[in-house]
Design a binder for this molecule. Structure first.
Ligand code: NAP
Length: 286
């Protein structure tokens, strides 16, 4: 169904959205509404701030209110698996869902974070994970998708740090079980040897969202071959990125991943090719 004119919401307008807590900082409404507008799709994308204790009712609400699809962000990507009718193989394999698609009366969970990350890694850092050593901070919803995708694309070794050791260990086990050629191990942020051997450092924790956050790692040991990918995009430049750039390292924020994972969600919802340039421009303008 196409929409005739800008901002003409009607009884036929399809509703999409984002469930997360907190989400006031999110750029997703900007990106998706720009894409719907550009493709003249009669749909709108809203933010539904949803506390962790309300996620079950929120997912029931998607069914009850005939919402067509949602994205999930911190802290709902893992817990939501229990409340869906079907989980796509890739999302099940990762153990996290960031996109729900309504198909008739079923809610199906997908994960576009991993592929979105790999696309941004190539585009923004020209980095191919094959045979590389990676230092990954965070084994939560996004960290799991990233760890599994890096292994899928041939990473040689992945060091994983998370303040929740159980999560880091579980991710390392999952990688080893599914990708026996990748060495995956739990480590700590002071492991100098691991940092010195790494080609890529990924921050998939919220550390850095607050400008007063301490750096999670001592940059003194950053080797010259190290690339840095910080998933945070607001602020645009975290302390980690600023310091890495000062040291002459290639370092990028999470905007590229945000756009690519959004484009893949858009394609799952609409069956149409996402207008990547429009989605990028919407964020650049902001
Ligand atoms: P999540 O599921 O809550 O995972 C974050 C993980 O980091 C948790 O396991 C958490 O442990 C751990 N952690 C928190 N503080 C830590 C610390 N000081 N040291 C070590 N580990 C720590 O969140 P998420 O959905 O994966 O998101 C993570 C970050 O990535 C957020 O900043 C989010 O905005 C960003 N993100 C960006 C994109 C993008 O497209 N650019 C996409 C997805 C996510 P606890 O559970 O014990 O707190």
């Amino acid at each position: 169904m196409r929409r005739e004119a800008r901002n003409m919401l009607t009884s036929k307008t399809k509703i999409y959205g984002l469930l997360g807590y907190p989400i006031k900082h999110s750029f997703s409404p900007l990106i998706h509404n720009a894409a719907f507008e550009a493709e003249k799709i009669d749909a709108c994308y809203l933010c539904f701030e949803t506390k962790p204790e309300d996620i079950k009712q929120a997912i029931e609400g998607i069914r009850a209110l005939n919402i067509q699809g949602v994205n999930l962000t911190i802290p709902h990507k893992e817990i939501c698996l229990s409340y869906l009718d079907e989980i796509d193989k890739n999302a099940e394999f990762i153990g996290a869902v960031n996109t729900i698609v309504r198909k008739e009366n079923k809610l199906i969970g997908y994960n576009t974070d991993g592929e979105g990350f790999i696309k941004a890694l190539k585009e923004d850092l020209d980095f191919d994970s094959k045979d590389k050593t990676i230092f990954l901070f965070g084994a939560g919803g996004a960290g799991k998708a990233i760890g599994m995708s890096l292994a899928k694309y041939g990473a040689k070794q992945i060091f994983i740090v998370d303040k929740n050791k159980k999560k880091a260990r579980a991710l390392a086990e999952n990688i080893k079980e599914n990708f026996p050629n990748t060495i995956a191990e739990l480590t700590h942020s002071h492991n100098q040897e691991a940092i010195k051997a790494s080609h890529l450092l990924v921050n998939a924790t919220p550390i850095g969202m607050n400008p007063n956050d301490n750096l999670m790692i001592n940059p003194v040991y950053f080797p010259q071959q190290l690339n840095i990918f910080d998933l945070i995009y607001n602020p645009r430049e975290t302390k980690l990125l600023r310091i890495a750039k000062k040291k002459g390292l290639k370092a990028v924020n999470g905007l590229g991943m945000l756009i690519h994972q959004a484009a893949l969600s858009f394609e799952l919802w609409t069956g149409e090719k996402a207008p990547l340039a429009v989605m990028k421009e919407a964020v650049e303008k902001k």
